[in-house]
Design a protein around this ligand. Structure first.
Ligand code: UDP
Length: 329
């Protein structure tokens, strides 16, 4: 297949690009490098550094490269930033995404896999969360992802666009080549490992949640498991019924771990205690998010193969040890 990966120089995109190249696909990466890293793009993939919002350039690229399907990972993805700057999130995640869809239609490309998020569910009453749960995002990040899912649904019905939306839970871990490096870093596992290295202090955001140990529970999924699911989803876009409504799949391991469990597991990986302080809740954090992943198993024939905390945290730690300066080194 000839695949365009938007955001292919980012954390999730770059590991999927590795996997696509390994599987023998022709891969073109479109990434503005505003948050991505050129060094993260696997050998064998072509990197184009245009912005998604340059619609004509995107259309030309789709035609020139004779693209069959798009894996759309490019997005703004920080919850706190989305609350402070919703305009950025609507411009890039909604307007930028819709520009991509219009370029695809003009170029005759009708297959897309979209990186969506569990944030579309907001703070659900019950876990595990099935795809049929109400979509009720509690921040602009989740709202812009929901809006784009809506565009996919209606473009399917009207224009025959065939799409699969993958609702990621908490992506973690690293491949041998690529790992997580955000600026600023807000995610738990990189922050825990940075604290283990003495690079920053660690705060547990809230110990008074209605969970067994009082800290939030999340479903962590290995970034390489996510890459496997992307391959299966790209194949699935060849079979979905465009007019039959949006095909959305949760991607999570199906197990939940608390913040304290993550810290304990990281201590076992690094072999020493990791100092942490207890702080207040972080606004907008739901107490528990755990995926029901039955649909992904059925539709994608996918199963998480690296779903334990030691595997996920261990791979992130090995990547940090091998790249002490991150992509700058
Ligand atoms: N968290 C924390 N300290 C940190 C970063 C995160 O206690 O330095 C908590 C956060 O409040 C949430 C969980 O860890 O309950 C996972 O947060 P993360 O930002 O990794 O992912 P999110 O679930 O927000 O997408």
């Amino acid at each position: 297949m000839r695949v365009l990966v938007t955001g292919g120089a980012g954390y999730v995109g770059s590991v999927s690009v590795e996997r696509l190249v390994q599987a023998g696909h022709h891969v073109v990466v479109l990434d503005s490098l505003v948050t991505g890293h050129a060094a993260a793009v696997a050998e064998g993939a072509r990197l184009v550094t245009d912005s998604l919002r340059e619609r004509e350039a995107v259309e030309r690229l789709l035609r020139d490269e004779r693209i069959d399907a798009v894996l759309h990972c490019a997005a703004r993805s920080l919850v706190g930033q989305s609350v402070a700057e919703p305009a950025l999130y609507y411009a890039e995640n909604v307007a930028g995404g819709v520009g991509l869809l219009d370029a695809m239609l003009a170029a005759g490309v009708r297959r897309i896999v979209f990186s969506s998020t569990a944030a579309v569910y907001g703070a659900p009453d019950r876990v595990p969360i099935p795809e049929a749960a109400p979509l009720d995002p509690i921040n602009p990040y989740g709202e812009t992802k929901r809006a784009f899912e809506g565009a996919l649904r209606w473009y399917g019905a009207a224009y025959g666009l065939r799409s699969v939306a993958l609702r990621y839970f908490n992506v973690a871990g690293a491949s041998a080549l690529n790992g997580e490096q955000h600026e600023p870093e807000t995610h738990l596992i990189p922050n825990v490992l940075a604290a283990a290295l003495g690079r920053r202090s660690l705060t547990v955001f809230g110990t008074d949640y209605p969970t067994p140990d009082g800290t939030c529970i999340r479903d962590y999924i290995h970034v390489e498991d996510l890459a496997d699911a992307h391959l299966a989803a790209l194949e699935l876009t060849g079979r979905v019924d465009a007019a039959g409504g949006l095909t959305a799949c949760n991607l999570g391991s199906g197990s939940g771990f608390s913040v304290l469990e993550v810290i304990r597991a990281a201590e076992a990986v690094v072999g020493r205690a990791i100092p942490c302080a207890v702080g207040p809740r972080r606004p907008g954090d739901p107490p528990a998010l755990v995926a029901s992943n039955e649909r992904a198993r059925d539709l994608l024939g996918w199963t998480p193969r690296r779903g334990t905390l030691p595997e996920m945290i261990g791979s992130a730690w090995r990547w940090l040890e091998a790249h002490p300066e991150g992509y700058a080194g």
